[in-house]
Design a protein around this ligand. Sequence first.
Ligand SMILES: [Zn+2]
Length: 368
Amino acid sequence: MGKPRRVSRVFVLLFIFSATLNGILAISFGYTKLAAARLQTTHDESISSALKQTTQYKQERDDAQASVAQKNEQLTNLNAELSAKTKHLTEVETQLASTTAKLKTQEAQLAANSSELEQLRGRPPLFSFQKSTSRDVASDEADVRAIVTAAYDTIAAVYGDPYILHQITINFVDTDDLDIPGASAQITISNSSQGLTMEVKLPGFDKDSFENVNTIVHEIIHGFHGLAALNAPVMEEGITVAATDTVMSKLFQQGVITHSENFITLTAEQANQLNGSLDQPSATSSFYQSPRVGTYYNLAGWSWQQFYEEDSQFFSKFNTALYNKSVAGASLTPAVVREVIAQTVTSVNGQPVADFVNGQITLNPTSS
Ligand SMILES: [Zn+2]
C-alpha cells in the first residue's frame, strides 16, 4: 500500500505543483495578455500620436515647400528684375560712354580749332566783284563798293563782328540769270573750312533805290550770322530786318544813302493786333511759302526792334551770347534763341522779357 500512497502523494504533489504552475502560468499569461493589451494601447496611442505628428510634419513640410515655392517665385521675379535693370544699366552706360566719347571728340576738335576759329572770327571778310554780264557794270560796282564798305563798319558796330564769314562776292548778272524773275538779288551761301562764302547776284544796282540798297545790307547782315544763323527762318529774318532798318537809318544819317525809308512799317497797335489774330508762323523752310510771309517779316522785325529800343547794344550782346552757344555745339532752335534773348535783355516796354516774348507769335514759331 505504501507504494500507491507514495505514488498518490507524488501525484497529489504533482497535481498541486501542476495546478500551481498552471495558475502561475495562467496568471502570468493573463498578466502578459494584460501587459500586451496595455502595450497595444500604448503602441496604438504612440502610433496615433506619431501619425498626428507625421501629419503635422507633413503640413509643416507642405507649408515650408509652399513657402519655398513662393520664395523661389519671388527670387525668380527679383532675378528677372535685376537682369532687366542690369541690362538697362548696361544700355545706359553704353549710351553714356558713347555720348561722353562724342563730347570728348567735340571738345578736342573745338580746342584744336579755337585759335583758328578766333582768327577766322576776327578777320574781316574778303570782298570781291565778278562780272557775268556783257553790259558795263563799272558805275554799279563803284556804287555797291561805296555802300558795302560804309555798311560793313556800321553793321559791325550795330551787330558785332561777323561769325566766320569768309568771303562776299558780288556778281553782276543779267536778269534772266536769276531763279526768280524780277528779284532784286539772289544770294547763294556755301560753307567751307575757311568759313562762310556768300555770293550776291545782282542784275543791276541803283544806289538811289531803297529796295536795291536794303537788299544788299539785308543779305550782308545774314552773312554776319554765318554759321550761327537762327534755325527758324522767321527768327533769322526778323532779327535781320530789324538790324537792317537800324543800319540803314545810320547810313542815312552818315549821308551814305539818300533815302530814310524803313522796311518795318507797323505801329505798336498794329503789331499787337497781328500778334492776337495771326497764326504762329512755321519754324521750317515752308515759312517762305506762306502767303503771309511779307506780313511775318514785318511783324518779326517789329518784335526784334523792341529789344533794340530797350538797349542799343542789344544786337551785338545777343550775337556774342549766340556765337558762344554755337561754338559750344548748341543747335540754335527757337527755344535756345529765346533763352539767349532772356540772357541779353530783362524787360521790354515795361514788361518782363519772358512775357513780351510769349506774346510775339514770330518768336514762337510752330514746328510744322
Ligand atoms: Zn533775309
